[in-house]
Design a protein around this ligand. Structure first.
Ligand code: EJD
Length: 402
C-alpha cells in the first residue's frame, strides 16, 4: 500500500490486488488497508477505482444510472470486451429492461410464492441432520452444504436429477469470470463447454417440471410479460446465482458457529434467532465479496473526479466490517442489529433470491439447532479460492447430539 503524495494526486493509490491468492485467502487485512486509505482509492494493478467503505458503496449502488451494470458487474468492461457468455438479463442489465424482468422474477421468488416449498426443505433438512448425527465426524461442505443445496434448490427450480454435479463447476466459472483472467479463472474455465451446454439444456421449457420456479418463468411468457427468447436466460440466472452462494453461506455460517460455540448455544436456546443468525453470518463472512459498476458519465465520489466508462470495484466484504458503520465489526454476534449490510447488495440489484436463500438456510439451521448440541472444528478448514466468492472447500466437524 502506498499513498500518492498530495502533489501527485488528490486521491490514494493502492497496490492491493483483490484477485491475488494472498488477498483471497485472507482478505480482511487488505480490506482494512483499503478502507483506511480513503473513501475512494485507485487500484494500480487493475487500473480501476475501488471503495471498501459502507457509505460510498451504498451511494454507488443507489445511483444505477451513473454506475451501470450493463457493462458487466465484473472487472471486464463489456463496452470494450466480449463477455464469456451471453450477459445476464438481470444482473448485467440496467433499467428499463432490468425493471421489467426483475418484476417477473421477483414474483416467482416472492416469499408468498415460496411458502409451499418449505415442507420439502424441512424433509431434506431432517434427513440430513439424521445422517450427520449418525456419522458424528463430518466434512460439512460435502456432508451438509452441497448435498442439501443440490437437492432442494434444483428440485425447487424443477430440473432433472441427473447431471446436478455440473451446477458447482458452472457456478465456480460464473463467479470467477467476474474477476480477471488469472490462474483461478483459467482453471475454472477448463472443460466448461459441456457444463454450459448442460445448463442451457436444463433451462429449456420442455426440461422443466411444471409447477417449478423455472416453469413459472415460462408461464410469464404465456401472459406476455416475458419475451420468449428471454426465458431460458432468466432461468439460467437461477442456476447461476442459486448454488455457490447458498452452499458458501451454509459452510461459512457453520464455520462461524463452530468457532463461536457460545453463539450456537444461544441459537439452540432461542431458535427464533435463526433469521438474524443467518443474516449475521452473511455479514461476517459474505459469500459474494466483490463486484463492480461502470461509470456512464464524468462524475465524482467523495470529491474525487471519476471519468466516464471507468470500472469501480466495490467490496461488500469490507463494507460489512467497516467500523464507520458497525460497532465491533469483527465480532460475530447473532443478536446484532444487522439491517443494511451489503451481503445481499443494495439498491435495484439487491439480491432477488434472498427469500429462497433464507428459507433454505433457516429451515436447515432450525433442524440442526433442535438436534445438535455442539459443533466443533475437527480438522483444517480450507477455503475454495474464487475471484469474488468467499467460501470453504473443507470444514471437518464433530457434531454432538442434544
Ligand atoms: C449473483 C452475486 C445471473 C446471475 C445473477 C446473480 C448472480 C450471479 C449470476 C448472485 C451475484 O443472472 O446469471 S450473488
Amino acid at each position: 500500500m502506498t499513498l500518492a503524495t498530495a502533489e501527485q494526486s488528490a486521491f490514494p493509490v493502492s497496490d492491493i490486488d483483490p484477485f491475488s491468492k494472498e488477498y483471497l485467502g485472507d482478505p480482511y487485512p487488505y480490506h482494512e488497508q483499503l478502507r483506511e486509505a480513503g473513501p475512494i482509492v485507485w487500484l494500480r494493478k487493475w487500473d480501476c477505482w475501488a471503495t471498501g467503505r459502507h457509505k460510498e458503496m451504498n451511494d454507488v449502488l443507489a445511483d444505477p444510472q451513473t454506475f451501470s451494470s450493463s457493462a458487466g458487474i465484473g472487472i471486464a468492461n463489456f463496452n470494450n470486451e466480449k463477455p464469456w457468455r451471453p450477459p445476464s438479463l438481470l444482473l448485467e442489465s440496467d433499467p428499463p429492461e432490468h425493471t421489467r424482468r426483475r418484476a417477473v422474477v421477483g414474483k416467482v421468488l416472492s416469499a408468498g410464492n415460496l411458502r409451499r416449498l418449505k415442507a420439502d426443505f424441512e424433509v431434506a433438512a431432517e434427513a440430513l441432520v439424521e445422517r450427520i448425527l449418525e456419522k458424528r465426524q463430518i466434512e460439512a461442505v460435502r456432508d451438509i452444504a452441497e448435498p442439501y443445496i443440490l437437492k432442494v434448490f434444483p428440485d425447487a427450480v424443477g430440473i432433472g436429477k441427473s447431471g446436478r454435479e455440473n451446477l458447482i463447476p458452472y457456478g465456480s466459472a460464473v463467479f470467477n469470470a467476474f474477476g480477471p483472467q488469472n490462474d483461478i479463472y483459467r482453471e475454472s474455465m477448463r472443460g466448461i463447454e459441456p457444463v454450459s451446454e448442460w445448463i442451457m439444456s436444463n433451462c429449456r421449457r420442455e426440461n422443466l417440471r411444471p409447477g417449478g420456479l423455472g416453469s413459472e418463468v415460462y408461464d410469464a411468457v404465456d401472459t406476455g410479460e416475458v419475451p420468449p427468447d428471454e426465458a431460458p436466460i432468466l432461468v439460467r440466472s437461477f442456476l447461476s446465482a442459486g448454488i455457490d452462494t447458498t452452499v458458501h453461506s451454509i459452510g461459512n455460517a457453520l464455520w462461524c458457529f463452530a468457532t463461536h460455540p457460545d453463539q450456537w448455544k444461544k441459537l439452540c436456546a432461542n431458535p427464533g434467532l435463526v433469521r438474524s443468525a443467518f443474516l449475521e453470518a452473511v455479514r461476517f463472512e459474505s459469500p459474494f465479496q466483490t463486484y463492480f459498476r461502470t461509470s456512464t458519465r464524468d462524475t465524482s465520489i467523495a470529491g474525487v473526479p471519476i471519468a466516464n466508462n471507468q470500472k469501480l470495484f466495490l467490496s461488500a466484504g469490507s463494507a460489512n466490517r467497516d467500523p464507520r458503520r458497525w460497532e465491533r465489526p469483527d465480532v460475530f454476534d447473532i443478536e446484532r442489529q444487522n439491517l443494511g449490510h451489503m451481503g445481499f447488495g443494495a439498491g435495484i440489484h439487491g439480491c432477488i433470491g434472498q427469500m429462497i436463500a433464507r428459507l433454505e438456510t433457516e429451515v436447515l439451521f432450525t433442524a440442526m439447532a433442535r438436534r445438535i448440541a455442539s459443533i466443533a472444528i475437527a480438522g483444517p478448514a480450507t477455503h475454495r479460492l474464487n475471484n469474488v466468492l468467499r467460501g470453504l472447500d473443507t470444514l471437518p466437524l464433530t457434531v454432538t447430539a442434544q
